[in-house]
Design a protein around this ligand. Sequence first.
Ligand SMILES: [Cu+2]
Length: 149
Amino acid sequence: MIKKIVASSIIGIVIIISLAVAFSTELELESEPSPESTSHSMQGDFESDVMTGGDVVMPTKVSRPGCEETDRCYIPSVVSISAGESVTWVNEDSAFHSVTSGFYDAPIDLFDSGHMDPFDSYTLTFDESGNYDYFCTLHPWMQGKVIVE
Ligand SMILES: [Cu+2]
């Protein structure tokens, strides 16, 4: 009888200790900075800071067809800059989007933001003049253009 009581209290202590350890580990994990902020660091000009401004915005609800009818998939869909200037895109939608050079049917291997999380931004500097069409790899109807003079 005494052995049984000792055994069950030991089990109880073990459970309490393991709960305490699990709890403190959880707290530590929460306080660590999110690894997301560095996930796009491979892209040279990518800025990971959360922004709500930007030169071009992907507004809400563009993950469904329709925005192309009013030319509001990327706002504005056409931007003009001078050579050496940069453009910053901000995804203000709750869905993933991308800024990828070319057209959905004919992508060009020039630039690609990859999947942008909500409120991610992507900045590119254009050193050479020309017309740079781009699109979203996830939503074929999303099409925009950068004119570099
Ligand atoms: Cu998209």
